[in-house]
Design a protein around this ligand. Structure first.
Ligand SMILES: Cc1cc2nc3c(=O)[nH]c(=O)nc-3n(C[C@H](O)[C@H](O)[C@H](O)COP(=O)(O)OP(=O)(O)OC[C@H]3O[C@@H](n4cnc5c(N)ncnc54)[C@H](O)[C@@H]3O)c2cc1C
Length: 496
């Protein structure tokens, strides 16, 4: 989705903006929003004084700076009596192409297309479908005109656009900056820097990092205080943890750069991923590494740990040999495309697993099977049927974003219904261990699940109520029939 309402020149507003959504949430929680540019910050009697354009200066108890790295605000803050030094940044590229929703669906589908191209300084390149638009994102070291041209001229990128589209004529383009190294001492007495203006994750998950630093700052303020020492004790470790993880991220990006420079290695990565996607199952080592690298859904330390597993290297080595021998790639199982890596769209669990694809009519889950996993429908529709007394009873249809078999996560149990694909379906399997890990990282996931369970309980209650009413009607009908069949006191039958 778009941060703001959408690209420049947008004709039709189809969705609200992401930032607008967050601001509305904050306002509902009691935040007092003032839409004005902060032009001056100074200290008076130990308290921060803030003056915004067109407003009187106001003294605050605590100043939380969340100014990002794409404004001149840093200069407003330079005169402050603190040791803060802004983060190091680099230039990126975002380009939006208007293709229309039908074309976007046809050429890109619902997948994010990630490229491993041998272009120096390019760390990450992706084309992301967003409604009517295809959004191109390039991250790396000082993305400049030459690198942008080389990217758009590569055949793998051209293959992702209809031939009629001129890649020179984007609907809009900008070159915002992102952090590549965190700020120095992002706090002081009565001041704390969160999000990009403090510390963020390397190349990925900036919004997640902004949330985490904001939370760490809020926890410090509530449980420790608002002095520099309080932030040092409680806020700094949270920033240091992100910085430490970024160092591992840099190692991983060095490794992927090496792969990108070597065609045999690139081909081996593609081969390994394709095979995993065809086979499904839990040991999707390369798929998970790529997914988490490109989406930022796991810490870099965890990804590095997985990359150091001997089984990962054994598999990769054998695929390098096969690629060197020129053996043909396995059939496209839905991840490889034109030399790039096409990963599945982000799952609703946010964990980033690549779901398994089923054809219409396939059985996804069988009634009676024991299971300790839950399932998330990522794409498509399924029918739920239950065998009752030798007959198949249709229970309903479920679609993308819905959970199945949730209670199995808490207790191993028998599947109560058979689930059959009605369309092409992508299904994600989440076991207890992954679920717990995910809830630990993202407590909102547990909330979403409880929401789902509470909706199911409400639906079941309604079904029970409807069933009781039906039973009452049937028994009343029977009583009526019985009364009608009985002769009245005068010896006449009530029925005519
Ligand atoms: C090309 C690109 C792609 C990205 N893709 C992703 C992605 O897919 N997922 C992800 O998680 N992250 C992504 N990020 C990173 C993410 O956007 C940032 O990490 C995140 O937005 C940081 O949030 P923030 O609140 O710290 O700063 P920002 O989002 O930059 O917000 C700062 C706000 O402060 C306002 N401001 C600045 N100065 C003043 C002032 N003086 N007075 C008043 N207001 C002011 C600005 O107008 C702005 O609204 C991407 C970044 C870039 C550049």
């Amino acid at each position: 989705m778009f941060r703001g309402p959408g690209p420049r020149g947008l004709n039709e507003l189809k969705w609200g903006s992401f930032d607008g959504h967050l601001l509305a949430l904050a306002t509902r929680q009691g935040a007092n929003v003032r839409r004005a540019r902060v032009e001056e910050v100074r200290w008076d009697h130990g308290r921060p004084i803030v003056r915004a354009r067109g407003c009187a200066a106001v003294a605050y108890d605590l100043l939380v700076v969340a100014s990002g790295v794409n404004s001149v605000t840093q200069s407003v803050l330079q005169a402050l009596p603190i040791a803060y030094r802004p983060p190091q940044t680099t230039k990126t590229l975002i380009r939006e192409y208007y293709l229309g929703e039908d074309t976007v669906n046809r050429v890109l589908g619902t997948s994010m297309h990630v490229f491993m191209l041998d272009l120096p300084r390019l760390e990450f390149a992706a084309i992301i479908p967003k409604g009517d638009y295809a959004s191109v994102c390039l991250l790396g070291e000082e993305i400049d005109g030459a690198l942008i041209r080389a990217f758009f001229e590569s055949p793998q990128v051209k293959a992702c656009f209809p031939p009629a589209v001129s890649l020179e004529q984007a609907a809009c383009q900008c070159q915002p900056r992102i952090n590549i190294a965190g700020a120095l001492q992002p706090f002081g007495d009565r001041i704390v820097f969160i999000g990009d203006s403090g510390v963020t994750r390397l190349y990925k998950d900036g919004i997640g990092a902004a949330y985490r630093t904001a939370k760490a700052a809020a926890t410090t303020v509530v449980f420790e205080g608002i002095g520099a020492r309080d932030f040092q004790r409680r806020y700094l470790p949270a920033c240091q943890a992100i910085n430490r993880d970024n160092r591992m991220g840099k190692l991983i990006f060095c490794f992927t750069q090496q792969i990108q420079h070597r065609s045999i290695a690139r081909s081996a990565v593609l081969r390994m991923t394709r095979r995993e996607q065809q086979r499904g199952g839990s040991a999707q080592r390369m798929s998970m590494v790529l997914w988490d690298m490109f989406t930022g859904s796991a810490p870099y330390s965890e990804i590095l740990g997985r990359m150091l597993h001997p089984a990962f290297w054994l598999r990769l080595a054998s695929d390098v040999i096969l690629s060197a021998l020129g053996r043909p790639q396995p059939e496209d199982g839905g991840v490889g495309t034109a030399g790039g890596i096409r990963t599945a769209s982000e799952s609703i669990t946010g964990r980033g697993e690549l779901g398994r694809v089923y054809q219409p009519g396939d059985i996804l889950i069988r009634q009676g099977e024991m299971s300790d996993e839950m399932f998330v429908i990522q794409e498509g529709q399924v029918a739920l049927v239950q065998e009752q007394g030798g007959q198949e009873v249709f229970l309903g249809v479920r679609g993308a974003g819905e959970f199945l078999g949730v209670s199995a996560i808490f207790e191993k149990q028998e599947q109560t219904a058979t689930v059959r694909a009605l369309t092409l379906v992508r299904l994600l399997t989440v076991d207890k261990e992954n679920f717990m890990k995910r809830v630990h990282q993202d407590p909102a996931m547990a909330y979403r699940l409880f929401q789902h369970m509470s909706r199911r309980v409400r639906e079941l209650n309604q079904q029970v109520k409807a069933l009781n009413q039906e039973l009452d009607r049937v028994s009343e009908g029977r009583r009526g029939d019985k009364d009608a069949a009985e002769p009245d006191s005068g010896g006449n039958s009530k029925s005519k």
